[in-house]
Design a protein around this ligand. Structure first.
Ligand code: FPP
Length: 252
């Protein structure tokens, strides 16, 4: 029997939540196909799941949520699908500003957003500005994002800037400052919907020690209940970070 969101939330230890949750939102196309609908109907239904997970994480006071909304590879899709995704994004930003502010959420993006349509860039800039002073959860949308592109962009920034102290070998900590995510902790939990066991070029550097949670649920069906199930599973994991001493997430 399916447990209710209230029953599930009672099982979550609020002192041992992940600081940063990252999500690969997958399965919109399959959700639509199962219903005999066009793929874009799946993306539209997917925006409802975005709302659920954003609100669910904010209500639990999770510090950071990162959503993989459009990858550098997604340009290969039909033009109409790409333009619908961009329209849905603009629509989401316009409609959700009030909710973002009510939940004290600050929006930011990662990825090569300068290559997006100007109208999308303008809507993003407006929402980023309007949520700039919010002090709660940081919602990061990965847009025109690729993990390898991010690492290459970091290397090129380092080469372009020149390092003051170039005789010293670079440390991991220093390198991470050149990534798009320099202001964020690494994800503790990476959720992927629709059952594929792939990373798909998402946050390659940052997920080194993330706990992975893959669910067969298709993204448009993902709701707060699914989020709570992922958090409960996360809290049962032992994190060893390459050592031998298990650190039960709950005991942190
Ligand atoms: C993957 O499903 C999903 C995407 C490429 C886009 C995700 C976009 C949204 C959820 C809607 C808009 C986003 C925001 C932030 C408002 P797929 O099309 O690859 O599914 P499939 O593998 O079943 O074909």
């Amino acid at each position: 029997m399916k447990r209710s969101p209230e029953e599930l939330i009672d099982q979550i230890d609020v002192r041992a939540l992940p600081r940063h949750v990252a999500v690969i939102m997958d399965g919109n196309g399959r959700w639509a196909r199962k219903r005999g609908l066009p793929r874009v109907a799946g993306h539209r239904a997917g925006t409802k799941a975005v709302r659920e997970v954003v609100e669910g994480c904010a209500e639990l006071h999770i510090s950071a949520l990162t959503l993989y909304a459009f990858s550098v590879e997604n340009w290969k899709r039909p033009r109409t699908e790409v333009s619908t995704l961009m329209s849905l994004l603009k629509e989401y930003l316009a409609k959700e500003l009030e909710t973002l502010c009510r939940n004290n959420i600050r929006l930011q993006t990662i990825g090569r957003t300068d290559e997006l349509d100007m109208t999308v860039q303008q809507e993003l800039a407006r929402t980023i500005e309007d949520t700039r002073n919010n002090t709660g959860m940081v919602l990061t949308l990965a847009l025109n994002y690729g993990g390898r592109a991010e690492i290459i962009d970091a290397v090129n920034r380092i080469l372009a800037n020149g390092r003051k102290d170039s005789v010293q070998p670079m440390t991991e900590q220093e390198f991470a400052k050149y990534l798009y995510t320099s202001e964020l902790p690494d994800p503790d939990l990476l959720i992927r919907t629709s059952g594929e066991l792939r990373i798909s070029n998402f946050l390659l550097w940052q997920i080194a020690y993330a706990e992975l949670f893959v669910t067969d649920t298709l993204w448009p069906d993902f709701d707060k209940r699914c989020l709570y199930e992922a958090l409960i599973a996360y809290q049962k994991r032992e994190r060893r970070y390459g050592g031998i001493e298990p650190q039960l997430v709950r005991s942190r």
